[in-house]
Design a protein around this ligand. Structure first.
Ligand code: GLN
Length: 469
């Protein structure tokens, strides 16, 4: 069977009896088995996916199937799926079973998507290379000596290596877009509040969004249309009506800004700058107005992100105490040692580093100097971003300063690792939607990605423009 890149193609072939849904699921299961060494999946729901396939095949025959009939999806291991384990790739949640499904998952199931398994990620989505996972790193299918990116490494590789059609992941500072760029896939971070966070294990609640990774823009539009919208279970979800992303009017000529500090940043690979300039030329040829602008706060983005997200994480992760969920230390003797030992043994080094950093920036003596200050910078970034969007429709930049790096290359140096997110954290700080689409291959053989950011709730137009790229 061929490796399908879009649902439309799959649905046509099912209709014409060229393939069966069961055969398709078996094909993905075969690819998962063949790519086992890539370590993208933590758990495969083989029997269940086959059962779902048979049920949905019946629905297709009787003309009652949902919009996603034929779509095989996998979930990042921080998205809840009722009666299935969810661990955020952490020992502290080993063996924990979810008692409900995330709203986004319910919406996908209601449209007859098939869920094939649970995907590896950085522990609690904290990382940019999938090297902090309790289950080990994920290999990039384009070069197995290189990282998948993170934190949604398993999600990007599963889509890259045709182990599923679509992956549902989460993005707090780039975790959908950066691995998508490293693996040659499409990844979106919706506007904050566009997709319900109900059932997403929280890392930094004012930054987190669920977002899909796909191989085609048509799948991206369809999945986004289905998972977006108001949800009573997430007070921060927006009641703004969702555009019909699959049927948007043609996009006219637009105004696009690109940030000069991104393109000429000292840490950027010159080939990525060159490829981005080629995209800019192409957009100009297509009749769009593309202008260089300055964004003076670029170097403040990563520090602001790490002060605020670690503060939120230190609070969100305090619930993992050894009492209510998952792992409890065997050698605990009283309440305090239960907390201390369970957390010391259950969390990995990166998560502990962030909990300590977050606790520090929130502590009485440091709150003003770090937490309040970072909130003020967040406001400045939002204002400056709004200023740009008052004049332009989109902001373009590379998704990442480099292509996927080698294993171990940055894992001893947190600062170097954190800089991998320099272009992606902007959208999470400001709440804007952003998408990464492939922009060719580097001379080292690795995929590169270009990012578009749009005005709040303009993901429809953003996907339209991204499609032309
Ligand atoms: N790489 C970033 C971090 O380490 C982003 C993670 C994310 O978006 N979940 O925090």
């Amino acid at each position: 069977m061929e490796n399908y890149k879009s649902l439309t193609h799959i649905q046509t072939d099912i209709k014409q009896d060229k393939i069966t849904l069961r055969g398709l699921v078996l094909h993905y299961l075969g690819n998962i088995e063949q790519g086992k060494h890539l370590n993208a999946f933590i758990e495969v729901f083989a029997d269940e996916a086959l059962q779902q396939a048979d049920q949905i095949a019946e629905k297709i025959k009787s003309g009652k199937a949902g919009k996603l009939a034929g779509m095989v999806i996998a979930l990042k291991d921080n998205i809840c799926y009722k009666n299935h384990q969810v661990t955020a790739s952490s020992k502290i949640l080993a063996g924990f079973t979810s008692v409900f499904s995330a709203t986004a998952v319910e919406k996908l199931l209601a449209e007859d998507a098939i869920i094939i398994g649970r995907l590896n990620c950085d522990e609690f989505a904290m990382g940019a290379s999938n090297e902090t996972s309790f289950y080990g790193p994920v290999k990039n299918a384009a070069d197995e000596t290189r990282v998948s990116g993170g934190s949604s490494g398993g999600a990007a590789v599963a889509v890259q290596a045709n182990m599923c059609l679509v992956a549902l992941a989460s993005d707090t500072g780039g975790s959908v877009r950066q691995p998508a760029a490293f693996c040659g896939a499409i990844g979106i971070k919706p506007t904050y509040g566009r997709v319900s966070r109900n059932g997403l294990l929280a890392y930094a609640s004012s930054f987190d969004q669920i977002g899909p990774i796909t191989n085609s823009m048509s799948d991206m539009k369809l999945v986004m249309e289905i998972i977006s919208g108001k949800d009573e279970s997430d007070a921060t979800s927006s009641s703004k009506p969702v555009d019909t992303y699959t049927k948007m009017p043609a996009l006219g000529k637009r105004k696009i800004a690109y940030i000069k500090e991104c393109l000429y940043h000292e840490g950027i690979d010159p080939e990525i700058t060159k490829a981005t300039l080629a995209v800019i030329d192409k957009l100009k040829q297509d009749g769009h107005e593309v202008t260089e602008v300055s964004f003076p706060y670029l170097d403040f983005l990563v520090p602001t992100y790490y002060v605020l997200t670690t503060a939120e994480a230190s609070s969100n992760l305090s619930r993992f105490s050894g009492l209510m969920y998952g792992y409890r230390s065997q050698s605990a003797t009283d309440l305090e040692s239960t907390f201390r030992k369970s957390r010391s043994e259950g969390f990995g080094a990166e998560v502990k580093r962030r909990i300590m950093l977050g606790t520090f920036v929130l502590s009485a003596g440091s709150y003003e100097a770090y937490y309040t200050k970072a909130q003020q910078v967040r406001r400045l970034v939002q204002e400056k971003t709004n200023e740009i969007f008052a004049l332009y429709d989109f902001i373009l930049s590379p998704t990442t300063p480099t292509t996927a790096f080698k294993f171990g290359e940055k894992s001893d140096n947190p600062i170097a690792m954190y800089l991998a997110d320099i272009f992606t954290v902007h959208a999470n700080i400001s709440g804007n939607p952003a998408i990464s689409v492939p922009m060719g291959t580097h001379s080292n053989g690795m995929p590169m990605g270009v990012q578009l950011m749009a005005k709040h709730f303009c993901e429809g137009e953003m996907m339209q423009l991204a499609e032309t790229i």
